[in-house]
Design a binder for this molecule. Sequence first.
Ligand code: FAD
Ligand code: NA7
Length: 526
Amino acid sequence: MTGQRTVPNVFIGGTHLGGADDTFKAQSENRLMSLISPPTADYTYDLVVIGGGSGGLAASKEAASFGKKVAVCDFVKPTPVGTTWGLGGTCVNVGCIPKKLMHQAAILGQSIRDARHYGWEFSEEVSHKWETLRKGVQDHIGSLNWGYRVALRDKSVAYQNAYAEFVDPHTIKCVNRRGKETTITSDKFIIATGMRPRYPDIPGAKEFSITSDDLFSLPYCPGKTLCVGASYVSLECAGFLAGMGLDVTVMVRSILLRGFDQEIAERIGLHMEKHSVKFIKKTVPTRIERLKEGTPPSLRVFYNEDGAEKHLDVNTVLMAIGRDACTTGIGLDKVGVMLNQKNGQVIANGEQTNIPNIYAIGDILEGKPELTPVAIEAGILLARRMFAGSDVQCDYVNVPTTVFTPLEYGCCGLAEEDAIKQYGEDNIEVYHTNYMPLEYTVAGRDASDCYAKLICNKADKERVVGLHILGPNAGEVTQGYAVAMKCGATKQHFDATIGIHPTVSELFTTLSVTKNSGGDIMAKGC
Ligand code: FAD
Ligand code: NA7
C-alpha cells in the first residue's frame, strides 16, 4: 500500500510518514509533534502562557521545543510604594534568589565571628553596608532577567511585556506599560500568574509598610524592623536582617510556621530568640503611623496586649501575612474557570481547569506546594502531555523544602502531627537526636538547637514518611534524602547506608534513639 518494503511503516492520523529514518528526521526538524497534534483552528498561537515566572517560563520553553508556536505574557504591577522588576517572576526577583543571597550575607557575618576561633586575625571593626549587598543582589537579578529573555528568544517563544486578561476561552487582551492594547488568540492557555503579598485592612498598612516585594531592592538600610506574620517569609527575613546586626521584632498572631512540624517550629523560634530576634506573641497590628519621613522613616505600630493598647517604634514594617493568588481581574470569570472562593486559587484536576483548553500551574493552584521547583516540574510535564504524547503527571507528594531561617530547616514528607493523624499514634516511630556540627566545636558555637528526626510508619516496614533536620546546610542535606523517600526507603535502608564522615548528613544513617523510649539525645562529639 505504501510502497515501503521495510518496517516500521509509520502513519500519523492515517497519513504515511515513512520509516524510522523519516520519523527521526521529522523529529529533528521539529515537525513530528505538529504532525501528531496539529493546531485545531486558525489561532495565532498553539499555546499562550500568562505569567513569566518559574512555572510559566518552564512550560513555554518546553512547549516550544516540540515545534509549537508559543507566547508568554508577563507583567509586574508595581507595589504600593512603586517597586517593580523584570522577567522571571517571584522566585528570581523577590523570592528565593534574593532571600538566599541575603541569608548568605547573614551567614558570612557569623563566619567572620567563627573565623577568629580558627586563627584568623583582623583588626578592623566589622560592619555591614546594606547598599553594597543590595547592589550585588540586584546586579545578579538583572543578569538573570536578561538570561530569561535570551532563553525565550533562543527557543522562539514570543515574549510580551503586557498584562493579559481573558476575553473568551481562546482570546486574551494584552495591555502593555504604555496602555497599548493587543488581542491574541491561542488554541491552549496556561495560567501561571503566581501570588502577591497581602496587606491587612488597618490604617497605614499600604502607605507605610513594605513587603518582601520591596525589601530586596530597598534603596536604604531598613533599620529597626518589625516583621508581621509568622510565615516562613517573615521568619527568613527577620533572620537575615538580625544577622546583619539590625534590631528585629516578629509579631506573631498565633503559632510559628503553620503547616510545618510544630516541634521544629518551636525550636526555630527559640534559636531566633537566642540570636537577638524579639517576638511579640498573640497579637496583630491595629494601625501604623508615620512619626517622621526619611530613608528609613520613623514609624509607630499600635497593637493590643493584655487588653491594653501598646506601640512599638520602628523604621520599617515588613508585612508577611500571606499571599493572594493573582486570579482576579484577568477575566477568569468571563471564561468560567472555577476558583476556590475563599483563597482565589484555581481548582484543577492535576493542572487541568474545568475549561478544556485552559490549564493552571504554580502558586495559583489550590492545594499544591507553593514552591519554585514544583511550578517548574508541573509546567514541563504539562507541556509534554499537551504536545508530546506524554502521560506523566506531576507528583506533588513528598516534595522537599527548606526554610532558610538562621538555623536552616529542611524537611520532606509529613510533619510529626500529620503522620500521627494519617497513620495513628501507635503506628508511628520517631527516631531523633540533637547533634553538634563539627564546625561549631572549634568556633565554640551553641548547638543545642541542632536537631534531626525520622518519622517512620511501623505498619509499613518502618517506611520513612517524614524527614526533618534543623541545622546548617539543611537544604543540601535534605535534597538527596528526598530521592530516597521517593524510592520508598525504610528505616532499614537508612541504617544500611554508610555515612560520609564527618558531615551533618551522616546522622540519618545512625539514628537509634526513639522518642517513645525517652532515651538521651544530647549532642555528642565524634
Ligand atoms: P511567579 O513566579 O510568581 O510568576 C508569576 C508571574 O506572572 C509574575 O511575573 C507576575 O507578575 C505575572 N503576572 C501576574 N498576572 C499577570 C497577568 N495578568 N498578565 C501577565 N503577567 C502576569 N520557593 C522555593 O522553592 N524556594 C524558596 O526558597 C522560596 N523562597 C521564597 C521567598 C519569598 C520571599 C517568596 C515571596 C516566595 C518564595 N518561594 C520560594 C516561592 C516561589 O517564589 C514561588 O513558589 C514561585 O515563584 C511560583 O512560581 P509561579 O510560576 O507560580 O509564579
Ligand atoms: P502564610 O504561610 O499563609 O502565612 C501567613 C502568616 O501571617 C501566618 O503566620 C499567619 O498567622 C499570619 N497572619 C495572617 N493574617 C495576619 C494578620 N492579619 N495579622 C498578623 N498576622 C497574620 O504566608 P506566607 O507569607 O509565608 O506566604 C506563603 C507563600 O509565600 C508560600 O507558600 C510561597 O509561595 C511564598 P496564623 O498562623 O494564620 O495565625
